[in-house]
Design a protein around this ligand. Structure first.
Ligand code: FES
Length: 272
């Protein structure tokens, strides 16, 4: 016996939609979440783009503070002390100093399950909100190029783990001052806080949860993975909040390091 799938309802004229003339019967401010999402994402992308291409005020040499937007710094234009992994990219104005990792970070966030929902709603209106018809006549989901590429998220997760390790390394190196002594300042706390937040977001990833707890028939035979899966699942429940929170910590960490590097104020020191 063969079965045929019903056509997917889509748009105002979708075959699966009730014959309602109005675009939606919702009377609440359903447009507010997508609007806030769009404004927040545009503001963050604008800030990050400017910072990534400005190629200055990214490193505080006295305390080894390196902003995550320039990590790892691998361009020949990088300050030598900031280049923990060598300098081998040509120094060109259109090439970010961290050009090796930034595309992977971007793709990690772009293919994230939460951000997908956020930008499908905020920018593509597909749909803009629950029970609000989308303006598109056709709906193919993520079955075709380029959205088929969303399935690569798991691989970008692996890249994000490596980049989080690099960010962790940066935070540890920053405890050493330029005089080779142990130092602790507000900048260290900012860097460490950002790294913890980044790990929380990365660990809360749906792919991470699936990698840790997936493909098992019996949790009882894998107690360690079960335990880890439980922790990751709890974080996973906060994935949306962590997605936004880490956008905030990334921008604030970068801003703080830019401000100290540019001499707008001194880093308050606790030790050395
Ligand atoms: Fe959001 Fe993986 S699902 S980072």
């Amino acid at each position: 016996m063969t079965t045929t799938s019903p056509a997917l309802p889509s748009g105002d004229s979708g075959t699966g939609r009730a014959a309602i003339a109005a675009r939606t019967l919702r009377t609440d401010r359903w447009w507010m979440p997508p609007l806030v999402t769009a404004v927040g994402l545009i503001a963050w992308i604008a800030y990050a783009t400017v910072r990534v291409f400005v190629q200055k005020d990214y490193f505080v040499s006295d305390y080894n503070y390196l902003t995550p937007f320039y990590s790892p710094c691998i361009s020949t234009g990088c300050v030598p002390e900031a280049a923990h992994f060598g300098r081998f990219l040509p120094d060109l104005w259109f090439l970010p100093y961290a050009a090796l990792t930034l595309p992977f970070l971007l793709l990690f966030r772009l293919t994230c399950y939460y951000y997908r929902k956020a930008y499908y709603r905020a920018f593509w209106f597909s749909p803009p909100a629950c029970a609000v018809a989308e303006p598109h006549a056709k709906y193919t989901g993520e079955t075709r190029f380029p959205l088929l590429g969303q399935n690569l998220h798991r691989y970008f997760f692996y890249a994000a783990v490596i980049i989080s390790l690099i960010n962790t390394f940066d935070a540890i190196v920053a405890f050493k001052t330029s005089d080779d002594e142990f130092g602790l300042g507000l900048g260290n706390l900012v860097l460490v806080f950002n790294v913890i937040a980044l790990w929380a977001y990365t660990a809360s990833c749906h792919s991470c949860r699936s990698i840790i707890g997936g493909r098992l028939n019996h949790f009882s035979k894998h107690p360690v993975r079960y335990k880890l899966w439980g922790w990751v699942s709890r974080l996973n429940g906060k994935h949306m909040q962590l997605a936004w929170f880490t956008l905030g910590t990334l921008a604030l960490t970068d801003f703080y390091i830019m401000a100290v590097s540019a001499g707008w104020f001194d880093d308050p020191r606790i030790i050395n």
